[in-house]
Design a protein around this ligand. Structure first.
Ligand code: HEM
Ligand code: HEM
Length: 197
């Protein structure tokens, strides 16, 4: 651990950008899949998002909704594992101190937002996992049976709401976080963004 360090470690940067990308992708996927029709012909292969880039071959026929819901759960579990690794890394590696040029309110806001983001990054997938466990489908991780579903409608609906609300809150907090990064880059013209690149 280097106390004089002014930059994030390569691992911290890699996990920060990979998880950020993963979360944005999961929002897109979540909105896309919930618009899919409940009744649609089953298929053995899926051209991902009909982009013509990659076709996913399956071992049995499923409806588009089942395919994309399973994909959302599988990627969500993977991102959750990365988030836990990131938190362990954060606990064992002290991040660089905030820049000394920050005003008192900027310090409070920046560290408050960072801690809140860690909390939300755990709460969002956990609420998804609790919702999925309470559905009749349970959770498969890329085709491997992970957890059976309990088929508890009331709990599933409750955690669907929770998942949605946490999703909205994280979007707002991430927006504040991004605005902060842009303010430091273009108004204060300091090193904040560089430390994470
Ligand atoms: C990692 C970050 C995640 C993000 C950003 C995310 C985001 C979203 C979004 C935007 C939706 C659509 C809006 C809605 O219907 O609520 C959604 C729905 C859903 N998510 Fe996630 N999610 C994440 C993780 C997970 C995980 C780990 C699981 C379960 C293993 C999960 C299970 C679900 C399910 C089952 C739905 C569909 C709800 C329904 O339409 O009945 N999500 N998610
Ligand atoms: C879902 C998206 C994102 C999440 C969850 C997230 C989360 C976080 C967290 C928790 C930290 C604190 C790291 C620590 O001290 O342990 C951090 C730092 C940082 N993030 Fe993000 N971030 C996201 C997206 C972005 C984006 C899009 C940008 C750039 C526009 C950005 C720029 C930064 C910068 C510059 C830092 C370092 C701040 C400093 O040096 O004090 N982040 N981020």
């Amino acid at each position: 651990m280097n106390l004089a360090s002014t930059r994030y470690t390569k691992t911290a940067k890699f996990l920060h950008w990979l998880i950020a990308l993963g979360i944005f992708f999961m929002f897109g996927l979540g909105w896309y899949m919930s618009e899919l029709p409940k009744e649609a012909p089953k298929q053995m292969a899926y051209d991902l998002f009909d982009l013509g880039i990659y076709t996913w071959q399956l071992t049995k026929e499923v409806s588009p909704r089942t395919f994309y819901y399973n994909l959302h759960k599988s990627i969500g579990i993977t991102i959750f594992a990365l988030i836990l690794i990131r938190i362990l890394w954060r606990i064992s590696h002290r991040p660089p101190a905030l820049l000394t040029s920050y005003k008192a309110w900027e310090r409070k806001l920046a560290s408050g937002v960072h801690y809140f983001l860690y909390l939300l990054m755990v709460a969002l997938p956990v609420s998804g996992i609790i919702m999925a466990i309470n559905s009749k489908y349970g959770i498969k991780w890329f085709g491997i049976d992970f957890i059976e579903g309990f088929d508890n409608k009331a709990m599933r609906e409750l955690y669907h709401e929770v998942h949605e609300v946490i999703g909205i809150v994280i979007l707002v907090v991430v927006a504040v976080h991004i605005l902060g990064a842009l303010k430091h880059k273009f108004i204060d013209k300091d090193e904040t963004l560089k430390r994470m690149l």
